[in-house]
Write a protein that binds this ligand. Sequence first.
Ligand code: FES
Ligand code: FES
Length: 151
Amino acid sequence: MPYAIKVNGKTHNVDVDGDTPLLWVLRDVLGMTGTKFGCGMALCGACTVHIDGVASRSCITSVDSIKAVAITTIEAIGATPAGAKIQKAWLDLEVPQCGYCQSGQIMSAVALLSSNARPTPAQIDDAMSGNICRCGTYPRIREAIKQAAAS
Ligand code: FES
Ligand code: FES
């Protein structure tokens, strides 16, 4: 079935089943492979994108449920004010290790700073609690969010 979905400011016409997860539309249909597959069950955060500015798990979001909303992915998040600050802090503090979880980490961090420019340590921990990093980069993630908030 044809769907028109708006990703990073551009409307794409895709022809998929309505229950196809947004993650697979992004990766397999649109070729945007920055958003990662981890668990497929909303448990790891690797697939996080913004849906109308809200950090959302694209692995459990069906394309049928997102008809009239704006989706932002890691490919375009650097063009937003909070995204630019977060990406600079990530680079300054060399946050990633293997990198696999980092797209999702950045998307959650940007959603936090977009809604709360000066988050407390507890608010940072709460906002990032759904993003798992098997390499244990959590201390650098926290520091990078603090640096971005202070910049
Ligand atoms: S792949 Fe979506 S939360 Fe893990
Ligand atoms: S940097 Fe390797 S899983 Fe997070």
